[in-house]
Write a protein that binds this ligand. Structure first.
Ligand SMILES: *Cc1c(COP(=O)(O)O)cnc(C)c1O
Length: 386
């Protein structure tokens, strides 16, 4: 039935497939029966398999079973959910927090809760797909500003109709580019033009900032944004999304957010695991130190070989290739040499900006990184990319 569509995708080098891992995620992974170096996970701090996180999940399964049994508002709010939300608010220094089954689901309904059909959304051109979907669901008018360009945002803000409610939407740390939004400038513009800001810090949570509180801490702007969103599924190593902010916002979302209300509560074990992961982030800062040391080593090495990267400032290191077929060929050759780094192609990124997206973690050893660099140099030369 869909063969033609699939053949079309394949011809354009845009067909995707699932890689099945037969081991836990980590610095290496067993994939299709082979152990390879994994440069394709958001488990930046290795918490997905951390003993305290695993034990917390097992303990909660024993105490509370697997499923929550109902949505949060019916009877699905169990003690681990409340503990996690209290701990998240404390970690982030806000009054309250609310968690969702996924970051995607948080974005789908929090944006429509903040702005409706009579409002205006100004979104960064490279916003994550879940933000774009949330914007569309709100039915607000959507305008796009140039990526990470506060000057262009101001130009667009100046053209807004008088008295219209405006919501600025941006990733904090961009998932496909690894750069950070100009959050301080955005705060200034929001104050000047009376706009609200919805920030998605899915990738920054746990790794950015001196204590890992995220990209807002990294930019020194925590006090300038009354709320923001993040996930428990990347550095925190579990699953879920969250909003932190003042209690009135959280209560409002409990009453209006459709993806909070009309879905079964997350398994309590996931909440317990995420709570344990937050504690590890605070108690083991050396993980963050190792992550950044690894990031700097790999970044410097890739540049020394001659690769071009985006303007990344994070453990997400995208190597720009251009055409989808070349990016795909490079990813395939890397895998043949025992290194998995995916080719990211349209529609995930704009046309002609296909890339190899490398992500590094705290648990990669120096030997693994040096082996990675040797493979990249070999493959880069054979494809005449360096
Ligand atoms: C991964 C990601 C999400 C979705 O989070 P999940 O918890 O995986 O659903 C949302 N926004 C951004 C920027 C992301 O990178």
């Amino acid at each position: 039935m869909f063969e033609k569509d699939l053949q079309n995708l394949d011809r354009q080098h845009l067909l995707r497939r699932l890689y099945v891992a037969t081991s836990p995620t980590g610095p290496t992974i067993e994939m299709d029966g082979r152990r390879v170096i994994l440069l394709a996970s958001n488990n930046y701090l290795g918490l997905a398999t951390h003993p305290s996180v695993v034990e917390a999940a097992l303990g909660a399964v024993r105490e509370f079973g697997m499923g929550a049994g109902a949505s949060r508002l019916v009877s699905g709010t169990l003690r681990p959910h409340m503990t996690l939300e209290t701990e998240l608010a404390r970690f982030k220094g806000t009054e309250s927090a609310l968690t969702f089954v996924a970051g995607y689901l948080a974005n789908l309904s929090v944006i429509p809760a903040l702005v409706g059909a009579d409002g205006l959304i100004l979104a960064d051109r490279l916003c994550h797909a879940s933000l774009i979907d949330g914007c569309r669901l709100s039915r607000a008018k959507l305008r796009v500003f140039r990526h990470a360009d506060a000057n262009h945002l101001e130009t667009v803000l100046k053209r807004r109709p008088a008295k219209q409610r405006v919501l600025i939407v941006t990733d904090a740390l961009f998932s496909m580019d690894g750069d950070v939004a100009p959050l301080s400038d955005i705060a200034t513009l929001a104050e000047r033009y009376g706009a609200q800001v919805f920030i998605d810090d899915a990738h920054g949570t746990g790794i950015m900032g001196p204590t890992g509180r995220g990209s807002l801490e990294h930019c020194g702007v925590e006090s300038r944004f009354p709320f923001h969103m993040g996930t428990l599924s990347k550095a925190i190593g579990c699953a879920g999304g969250y909003i932190v902010g003042d209690s009135s916002l959280i209560q409002y979302l409990v009453n209006t957010s459709r993806t909070f209300i009309y879905t079964t509560a997350p398994p309590p074990a996931v909440a317990a695991a995420a709570t344990a992961a937050l504690r590890v982030i605070e108690e083991e800062p050396d993980r963050r130190a190792r992550l950044w040391k690894n990031r700097d080593h790999l970044f410097a090495g890739l540049h020394r070989i001659g690769f071009h990267t985006t303007a990344t400032v994070s453990p997400i290191i995208p190597i720009l290739i251009g055409d989808a077929d070349r990016a795909q060929a490079m990813s395939r050759q890397l895998l043949e040499h025992g290194v998995y780094a995916p080719a990211i192609r349209p529609p995930t990124v704009p046309a002609s900006t296909s890339r190899i997206r490398v992500t590094v973690t705290a648990d990669h050893t120096t030997n693994q990184l040096n082996e990675t660099l040797a493979v990249f140099e070999h493959v880069g030369q054979s494809l005449k990319l360096v």
